[in-house]
Ligand binder design. Sequence first.
Ligand SMILES: NC(=O)c1ccc[n+]([C@@H]2O[C@H](COP(=O)([O-])OP(=O)(O)OC[C@H]3O[C@@H](n4cnc5c(N)ncnc54)[C@H](OP(=O)(O)O)[C@@H]3O)[C@@H](O)[C@H]2O)c1
Length: 312
Amino acid sequence: MEAAEPERATVCVTGAGGFLASWLVKLLLSTGRYAVRGTVRDPGVGKNAHITALEGAGERLRLVKADMLDYRSVASAVDGCQGVLHVASHVPSGKSSNPEADVIAPAVTGTLNVLKACHEAKVKRVVVFLLCSIIPTGLKARPSLRTAGQMRKREAFAYAAKTGLDVITVCPALVIGPLMQSTVNTSAKVFLGYIKGGEHSISTRDQETVQNGPKHLVDVRDVADALLLVYENPQASGRYLCNSTAIRVSDIVNILKTSYPSSYTYPQNFVEVEGSYTYNTEKLRNLGWASRPMEETLRDSFECYQALGIPN
Ligand SMILES: NC(=O)c1ccc[n+]([C@@H]2O[C@H](COP(=O)([O-])OP(=O)(O)OC[C@H]3O[C@@H](n4cnc5c(N)ncnc54)[C@H](OP(=O)(O)O)[C@@H]3O)[C@@H](O)[C@H]2O)c1
């Protein structure tokens, strides 16, 4: 007689095909403890092949079509789920001429739709992933993203206070790491800017000289661990900052230059700029979270970019 399949909790991951969410889906499937419902806007096979091919996906991953701005589709996606890990949000790749309409409003509306749907579906816990509202001075986040992050956090906790919904937020700075999806996401482009000059160069005439402020980075695989950790820990509550130790651009360049000397025209000169090294992740570390060494993150990211033909 065949052994009965264990009873598994169903968790929903929004934006399942995105950079971070793909790693989260992979982690959830690898535990064997969950049936995963992933929301996507485009259920086309090609775009999501990197998650439907994951081990365990055939039996335990179901993709459903949902747009976070369409309440009915969100409500249908979370119905019957014990937990929701809300990652989907519009991340613009360039500057918007109307950030209020293009970035902030959709981000807040999407989060409120998810929370309302979770409350109505009696979801036990919702983890919202968002850009940190306390961004040290060393990180140049676009103001619209920062505002969207702040407003999503404020609205999320206000909604939780009003309804009793169990809401936790996880806030990283810049997430990097190997890409599972075939497209290059915004944070990978920002990171590549650090080592290729461009917008970080001190002037358009001198592309070889870059600002040497501290950068707050975290590995995408460590962020996925953090999201699962706070989701599963009954004692977890409130907001968790999620970051590894800050690193200067010159140190990033030196690590990569040592391992991959001919891959890039690396910046040659560095102009010191002030920035904060503090980003208190003690609350998350007290739950048992640890981040891998930054050298490993940089090398794994870089090798993935090279395999995809991204550098230079
Ligand atoms: N990467 C970072 O450094 C970083 C740092 C802090 C916070 N975050 C936050 O983390 C989230 C994901 O970031 P990421 O780097 O993984 O970006 P990503 O690869 O661009 O993923 C974004 C995901 O959100 C989905 N999405 C966008 N608008 C949507 C909508 N209206 N309805 C449903 N799905 C929608 C996208 O789906 P489509 O494929 O259909 O477009 C995609 O799956 C964002 O909320 C971002 O603000 C990222």
